[in-house]
Design a protein around this ligand. Structure first.
Ligand code: MG
Length: 392
């Protein structure tokens, strides 16, 4: 019996690479697809794969898809996405949505006891404690797709059941290390960052990704979000998770053990490796990537993060330590700020500045429900939009 797979965000960078993995496997059967608004590609994917039901977040894109695609059903809006998850009969949901919009489908999948391959790190940044508790309660597996976390998941070598992972391995794994490429502006001073353009920020040196995450990599907020993601996935306290700049992106993650040994996960930067791992877990399959040739690479470099020039990592650490709604505010403010930067309404250094303002203004409130998170998310977006406007 093939594994029944639902792909959320199938037209994006992760989604299309996941379909490449699916096309090489007899073990995976796609039972549903979703996209934000790229309806033509979505319908094409569904027709090729024989999928009868899709969801489009954007209502007008959904309407056009319904007109053009007579062979299947098109759901729409956040509710449509949830219905797709709940009714899919999937064994595994790949959540490759962008931003906090991924939280709802993450909650639905886990609540249904469906295993989740998680590329949407914002689900854990925003709702980490509640999401981890939900996975534990229903027994659904949470398998990271983020390359660094996939590396750590493989290194720790046991299921990433949050809390339990930390509890069972606390005696042997001492510290976790996330590597950061440093992005396109590695080595830049604050002065040099003042006038960088959108086009410059969108050229990532080692990874090919969507626009939002590429800007997050340029500000190093991506590593801040990944720090919070690692905490919730593996149950390690923040003072036991380190970040190092490693421009070649050959080492994706490392664990140091209690006896002084350190285990690193290596490979060329190719997202199909962590995607294939998550989709086939616990099995491993062939992925057409070249074998690592260290002699050809010659050298690997490492450096500390310049937190003066890249303030976002420290903002994320502070929000993470504050807990409660602070990581949700951090994430929402970042989404608004990155969007404003991409539409040239905010300079590059303004991203960290407006996030700081939102965190200062809203502080941290305790989180007892997902509704509290949705409220905090909405409020943070409003405050950050105002901060962006005040700087224009
Ligand atoms: Mg990553």
């Amino acid at each position: 019996m093939p594994k029944r797979l639902l792909i959320l965000g199938s037209t994006g960078s992760i989604g299309t690479q996941a379909l490449d993995i699916v096309s090489r496997s007899a073990e995976l059967e796609v039972v549903g697809l979703s996209a934000a608004n790229s309806w033509e590609l979505l319908v094409e994917q569904a027709s090729t794969l024989g999928v009868g039901r899709v969801a489009l977040s954007d209502a007008s894109a959904a309407a056009r898809a319904s007109e053009q695609w007579i062979d299947g059903e098109v759901l729409t809006g956040p509710e449509g996405l949830i219905e797709l998850v709940v009714s899919s009969g999937a064994d595994l949901v790949l959540n490759a949505l962008v931003g906090s919009a991924g939280l709802g489908p993450t909650v639905s999948a886990l609540a249904e006891g469906i295993d989740l391959a998680l590329a949407n790190k914002e689900s854990l940044v925003v709702g980490g404690e509640l999401v981890a508790a939900l996975a534990e309660a229903t027994g659904a597996r949470l398998i990271p797709v983020d390359s660094e976390h996939s590396a750590l998941h493989q290194l720790i070598g046991i299921e990433a059941a949050p809390v339990a992972t930390g509890a069972t391995r606390a005696g042997t794994v001492d510290r976790l290390l996330l590597t950061a490429s440093g992005g396109p502006f590695r080595g830049h001073t604050v002065e040099q960052l003042r006038d960088v353009t959108v086009a410059q920020a969108l050229v990532h040196p080692t990874w090919s990704m969507g626009a939002k995450i590429t800007v997050d990599s340029a500000t190093l907020m991506n590593k801040g979000l990944e720090l919070i993601e690692a905490h919730h996935l593996f149950g390690f306290s923040y003072d036991r998770i380190d970040v190092v700049v490693h421009p070649q992106s050959i080492i994706h993650g490392m664990v140091t053990l209690c006896d002084g040994a350190a285990l690193a996960h290596m490979g060329y930067p190719d997202m199909r490796v962590p995607i294939a791992y998550a989709l086939h877990y616990p099995d491993r399959v062939d992925v057409p990537v070249p074998a690592l040739d260290l002699a050809a690479i010659g050298q690997l470099d490492f450096a500390p993060v310049d937190t003066q020039a890249f303030a976002c990592l420290d903002l994320a650490r502070a929000a993470a330590r504050a807990g409660g709604t602070a990581p949700c505010v951090l994430n929402a403010a970042n989404e608004v700020a990155v969007h404003a930067f991409l539409s040239e309404r905010l300079p590059f250094l303004g991203i960290a500045a407006v996030i700081q303002e939102a965190l200062d203004e809203l502080g941290s409130q305790p989180v007892h429900s997902f509704d509290a998170l949705y409220d905090a998310d909405r409020e943070a977006r409003r405050v950050t939009e105002e901060a962006v406007l005040a700087r224009a």
